[in-house]
Design a protein around this ligand. Structure first.
Ligand SMILES: *[C@@H]1O[C@H](CO)[C@@H](O)[C@H](O)[C@H]1NC(C)=O
Ligand SMILES: *[C@@H]1O[C@H](CO)[C@@H](O)[C@H](O)[C@H]1NC(C)=O
Ligand SMILES: *[C@@H]1O[C@H](CO)[C@@H](O)[C@H](O)[C@H]1NC(C)=O
Ligand SMILES: *[C@@H]1O[C@H](CO)[C@@H](O)[C@H](O)[C@H]1NC(C)=O
Length: 359
């Protein structure tokens, strides 16, 4: 889509010997009965104390192939030496950032970023899209995703990187959506030297509303739900039961087109149950991060704000006391998948303006 004004480079990055803390889980998802019971355990009102699914700490080491794409404006300016590194959320893949349907440009943060002069990098998180489908219980967990993002960033910043089309990348800014925002926040906490600024959406840092997400999602074992599409996946890969349960999380009427939600469903990538089970289990301390932080929220975000961000995001601010500046916006009329709602280009202007002012 961007071929007229950008150079694009798609590839697979072989990451080897990547290690991270991990968790042994108390449960295993093999059948639809298993995931239904897991949903009850995670959604019940006392789930915070009654069920966490963690048996104990462990470590994971693995080799992973990560499908990714680097894009840079064909007319290079100094801005192109900054790469925006984008991490998508649960159930999506890297196309979240550059929708592939006809007319998708207006929903593409990548097209907007290229037009603004930046280089961009987006990738399929481990377990999604065309990246390695590792064990969804013991391997595809939160901390390894953080280590993968750190490794990818180091490769982009390396002198003579083979992954940047000969553009010498001087700095990285990280964008996250939803689960990808939690990964991005953790990267900023653990490896602040790897990023110059972060921009988060589908994020509040508050887990109080995950019960209604999990209850409404009604996840199913993907391989059993649709064997033609997902029969190759292990049973710990799960996905919302149908397009409407999916839209319940991602979209808010009347601020989106149903055809866009249908596209999002058509590119669905089931999520690994180990990812949700381990989110928040190893806290990353965001309180010392002293670089620019933007939180750009759809006002009606279900999982981050319980469907209404008014009066919630002041708690988000408490998580980033040293961010400089901290810019939190919670009024954009959208649900969770901000980029796929009407007037997304206005959201992109604000996000990219924040980068431009602060880098
Ligand atoms: C793998 O990484 C660990 C450190 O994380 C290191 O001790 C070990 O030597 C590495 N193994 C290989 C084969 O590179
Ligand atoms: C956030 O704002 C709400 C509504 O104005 C208020 O009730 C709440 O006490 C505030 N919380 C914090 C942590 O400031
Ligand atoms: C937002 O999008 C809707 C639907 O496309 C449109 O009617 C409306 O004018 C837009 N709002 C602004 C402020 O551009
Ligand atoms: C937040 O950032 C946007 C984009 O740079 C800017 O327009 C807005 O004024 C900022 N808000 C605050 C409160 O600084």
């Amino acid at each position: 889509m961007a071929a007229f004004f950008a150079a694009l480079f798609s590839y697979t990055i072989p990451l080897r010997n990547i290690s991270a803390p991990s968790f042994d889980l108390t449960f295993e998802i093999k059948t639809q009965w298993d995931i239904t019971d897991w949903t009850i355990n995670e959604a019940r009102r006392d789930s915070a104390t009654a069920f966490n699914g963690i048996a104990g700490p462990s470590t994971v080491v693995g080799d992973f192939d990560i499908s990714a794409r680097f894009c840079t404006p064909s007319k290079l300016t100094e801005r192109a030496e900054t790469v925006l590194v984008m991490t998508h959320g649960l159930g999506a893949d890297k196309t979240y950032w550059d929708p592939t349907f006809a007319g998708g440009e207006q929903y593409s943060l990548i097209q907007a970023a290229l037009a603004a002069g930046y280089s961009v990098f987006h990738y399929d998180r481990l377990g999604t899209g065309q990246s390695t489908k590792a064990d969804p219980h013991s391997v595809v967990q939160f901390p390894i995703q953080v280590e993968i993002l750190a490794s990818l960033t180091r490769l982009l910043l390396a002198p003579s990187s083979p992954y940047t089309l000969d553009v010498s990348i001087a700095s990285a800014v990280h964008f996250g959506h939803s689960y990808g925002s939690y990964i991005t926040a953790a990267l900023a906490s653990a490896y602040p030297e790897l990023t110059q600024a972060i921009s988060l959406s589908g994020y509040s840092g508050i887990f109080d509303f995950f019960n209604i997400l999990i209850a409404g999602w009604q996840s199913r074992v993907a391989a059993l739900l649709d064997s033609a599409r997902w029969g190759h996946l292990q049973t710990g890969y799960v996905t919302p039961v149908d397009i409407y349960a999916d839209a319940y999380l991602e979209f808010k009427s009347p601020y989106f087109d149903h055809t866009v939600a249908e596209w999002a469903s058509s590119v669905k990538s089931p999520y690994a149950v180990g990812e949700l089970a381990t989110l928040g289990q190893r806290p990353y301390d965001t309180s010392n991060f002293n670089k620019p932080v933007q939180v750009f929220q759809g006002r009606y975000d279900l999982s981050a704000c319980g469907g209404n961000c008014d009066g919630v995001l002041n708690r988000t601010a408490l998580l980033w006391p040293k961010a400089s500046p901290l810019n939190i916006t919670g009024t954009f009329p959208a649900g969770h998948s901000v980029n796929l709602h009407h007037n997304a280009t206005q959201a992109f202007s604000v996000m990219l303006d924040f980068v431009g002012r602060n880098i």
